[in-house]
Design a binder for this molecule. Structure first.
Ligand code: ATP
Length: 807
């Protein structure tokens, strides 16, 4: 018989003569034959697809649940695959993984990643998470360059709601950053990566392990060895995230002496000593919020509760006033068995940090016993499962190595015997049947293996366990990611199906605990922009359970002050080249009453408006320090350079704020320009990161100015010159070569700012400008578009994937 050439169908199936369907006539193909369907990689009940991303722990893969019936739509998940052998080599990693798992099982909030389940086979531990399809948040900002205020407000409210929920559960994230936020398909924010999460039990409880990513970590984590209030550290990180949303770049990311932020001590010196400054497009009210959050002194930093009540978040008050336990109740409503405590769900095993039980729990109970350990434990009946994680004592929990080895072999054989059909390790046959039924039913994959176990004692105990001495033969697997159901089993018992999908609209549309209705609906007179006198409203209609202290501070301030209407969108503000600058000490005004701050903003704004309508010459002359600095530096100074940058945040009481401002500005400019001159003379016109790196002995160039050009020589702008948007919206600083005065005091950029032009955006969003500059230079010099794109992508990733670490 002549051999029939193989023919690949669209699904990868192979049709040969042997498997021709009887209905086929001669060589005519009637329909594709799928006798031998393509083999997909699988991991437990999931078909494994493409790689979604890669993190410290390994790859995150897209997965689909295998449909149990033809009508069932496969559910997409993200599977974080962690090689077990890598965990064994890195005890810190192990702790992080189990922290993450154990924290996630307690959290059900629309803005927090949802843990589906945890699975393992002999090679991998797979953390199965809901699939969040909108991509990474930093890319979202990057695409948009920066977010509109309304969008930033909505997303920030979601972040705050998620963080508040977490805190209400006694958990602190400690690594909040853009890279740990995802977007869902409806552009809702989802908090992920709980590797540094920890528990607290008392309101004033302090923590001592500094962790997070330097650019997002609160100063107290770094500059002090004292214990810190972790919730306040989360608040700080939220502030940095908000700043990035609104500005398009990170605050304090422009230290020329430490452009990559690698020198953490210096970075924090810079953060604590450099006042927060804003690009002109951030309006006063979010600035006010940011100034309250990004306060180096944690005691003076605003609390999450106060953030929720800030004026800027007022449009989302209803959402923010949803009580954290509402989310749990919703879960239980959808699953009465959880409420009844009949089945083991992630919420039934969790108790509030305020409960006595919770307080008595070991402080590190977040670190659950490793799945490896679990796999060695003898099977336990489901009926005894609840709270077993808490009651087991240290000695019973952590068997010594010998014990482990013995148990290991036993459990491995147990696993192989139960492979493929995922039988439960139960002693009770009816329970087993129930479990199997649940497993096969859609969305109800409650499983019960062994109990979740805690490692009592400190994280150190967990980290120093001598697991490396265990036999590793079992995990010496080839590198390719091939998953089979062999030796596969579920870990833990905390699958709680989501009773409904992530809300498609922002508001879940359910009962809201409106904190104070009277305060929420204060009508604004649109003509005058003034708020009516609503003092009576505030005092007369106090909602139940809310004290006057906790009423909406910002609104009260606005009401009493009649001052919210500062025309933040006014033309004067829009055209204003100069940032609002606040007196030294403003960094620490987080706990000042909002009234005071808003009044101050009003004064500043009034001043600013006057400045803007005044003739240009007059303004030049008024600001002598800037003019003289500009002269010194070849007549050019960037817009941001005109801002006050005092060297120290301590406010000497015997000097007036204004004289102090001037003095500090002078000092700052002097210092700043001397550094700029140095960079200018050293760096020449090298444009790529690589070329800079090749100059081994040269000081690094700021991430804000990756071209290697000196800011001084590459930019020319006077105090009156606003930043102009060119080059697809990338803000650039006009240069003498390409500037045309439009006659109205505004500088219009007429030329390109491409690679051939030595001038480049100096203070533009790092996210875009860094990318574009380097892309351009690579393309123009080498002409390899693909290469340029790849290297650009890598650079952007490297830039943003700032490592989370113990600082
Ligand atoms: N649930 C998810 N849905 C969609 N994509 C995801 C999901 N989880 C992770 N990813 C993608 O995988 C990437 C890596 O994930 P993640 O950061 O959680 O891994 P990690 O190993 O914890 O990394 P690291 O700790 O270094 O941040 C993310 O940047 C994201 O692009």
């Amino acid at each position: 018989m002549a051999s029939v050439p193989k023919r690949h169908t669209y699904s990868g199936n192979v049709a040969t003569e042997r498997n021709h369907h009887p209905l086929q006539r001669n060589n005519e193909i009637l329909y594709p034959i799928r006798k031998s369907p393509r083999k997909h990689a699988t991991f437990g009940p999931y078909i494994v697809g493409s790689t979604l991303g890669e993190g410290e722990f390994g790859k995150v893969k897209l997965g689909w649940s295998k449909a149990s019936s033809p009508n069932e739509v496969p559910k997409q998940v993200a599977i974080k695959l962690i090689r077990r052998d890598t965990i064994k080599k890195d005890a810190d990693k192990e702790v992080k993984i189990y922290r993450e798992i154990n924290a996630l099982k307690h959290l059900t909030h629309p803005n927090i990643i949802y843990l589906e389940e945890v699975l393992q086979n002999s090679k991998y531990i797979g953390i199965v998470l809901e699939f969040v399809s909108g991509g990474e948040f930093y890319k979202y900002i990057q695409r948009k360059r920066r977010l509109k205020e309304s969008s930033a407000c909505r997303l920030f409210a979601q972040l705050i709601s998620g963080v508040n929920y977490m805190h209400s559960k006694g958990l602190v994230h400690r690594d909040l950053k853009l890279e740990n936020l995802l977007m869902d398909k409806h552009e809702n924010l989802v908090i992920t990566d709980f590797g540094f999460v920890n528990e607290f039990f008392e309101d004033n409880e302090l923590m001592s392990t500094s962790c997070g990513s330097p650019c997002y970590a609160a100063p107290e984590l770094v500059v002090s060895t004292k214990a810190y209030e972790a919730r306040k550290a989360d608040v700080w990180s939220c502030g940095v995230i908000l700043y990035a949303m609104l500005a398009g770049y990170l605050p304090w990311d422009d230290d020329h002496e430490n452009p990559t932020g690698d020198d953490i001590a210096r970075l924090y010196q810079y953060i604590t000593q450099t006042p927060l400054k804003f690009p002109e497009y951030i309006t006063p009210i979010p600035r006010d919020l940011l100034r309250r959050i990004l306060v180096p002194n944690p005691r003076r930093r605003v609390s999450l509760r106060a953030i929720q009540r800030h004026e800027w978040l007022k449009p989302h008050q209803a959402f923010l006033s949803i009580q954290p336990n509402y989310w749990d109740e919703q879960l239980q409503k959808g699953h009465p068995q959880l409420a009844a405590g009949g089945d083991v769900g992630r919420h039934t095993t969790y108790s509030s940090p305020t409960s006595s039980h919770s307080k008595s729990r070991d402080r590190n109970s977040l670190i659950i016993e490793s799945t490896i350990e679990q796999s060695r434990m003898s099977p336990q009946p489901v009926a005894t499962r609840p709270d077993s994680s808490i009651s087991i004592s240290d000695s019973t929990l952590i068997p010594n190595n010998t014990k482990r080895n013995q148990t290991e072999s036993r459990v491995v054989s147990d696993h192989s015997s139960e492979s493929n059909n995922h039988k439960r390790n139960t002693t009770n046959s009816s329970l087993q049947a129930e479990q199997t039924a649940r497993h096969s039913s859609k969305g109800k994959k409650h499983t019960s293996v062994t109990g979740l176990l805690t490692i009592p004692g400190s994280p150190t105990i967990a980290r120093t366990r001598n697991i490396s001495s265990e036999p590793t033969g079992q995990v010496n697997a080839p590198n390719q990611t091939t998953f089979t159901q062999e030796d596969f089993h579920r870990v833990g018992n905390y699958h709680v199906p989501r009773n409904k999908p992530r809300p498609t609209s922002y508001y879940p549309g359910l009962i809201r605990n409106t904190a104070d209705e009277s305060l929420m609906d204060i009508p604004v007179n649109k003509l005058t922009g003034k708020l009516p006198d609503c003092k009576n409203l505030v005092s007369s209609k106090k909602p139940e359970g809310i004290s006057s202290d906790t009423a909406h501070d910002a609104t009260k301030a606005a009401v009493s002050n009649n001052s919210i209407i500062i025309l933040p969108e006014g033309p004067a503000v829009k055209n204003s080249p100069v940032d609002y600058h606040y007196a030294i000490g403003d960094l620490n005004y987080g706990d000042q009453p909002t009234t005071e701050a808003i009044a101050k903003m009003n004064r500043d704004l009034a001043h600013k408006i006057i400045e803007n309508v005044a003739p240009l010459e007059k303004i030049d002359l008024e600001d002598e320090s800037v003019v003289s600095t500009a002269k010194e530096s070849n007549g050019s100074v960037s817009e941001e350079d005109t801002e006050i940058r005092p060297g120290n945040v301590v406010n000497p009481s015997n000097k007036s704020v204004f004289s102090l401002e001037k003095e500090n500005r002078k000092n700052y400019e002097r210092k700043r320009f001397s550094f700029m001159s140095l960079y200018s003379s050293l760096n020449g016109s090298r444009s790529t990161v690589e070329s800079r790196q090749s100059k081994v002995n040269m000081p690094p160039v700021s991430s804000r100015n990756p071209s290697g050009q000196s800011n001084k020589s590459s930019t020319k702008i006077t105090q009156q010159q606003p930043r102009t948007l060119v080059d697809n919206g990338v803000p650039t600083i006009p240069t003498p070569a390409n500037n045309i005065n439009d006659g109205g005091g505004r500088i219009v950029n007429s030329g390109n700012t491409g690679s051939g032009n030595p001038s480049r955006p100096m203070r533009a969003s790092v996210m875009i400008s860094t990318l574009r500059e380097e892309e351009r230079s690579t393309v123009s010099t080498e002409g390899h578009n693909v290469e340029a794109q790849t290297s650009t992508a890598r650079k952007v990733l490297n830039f943003f994937k700032r490592r989370s670490m113990r600082i």
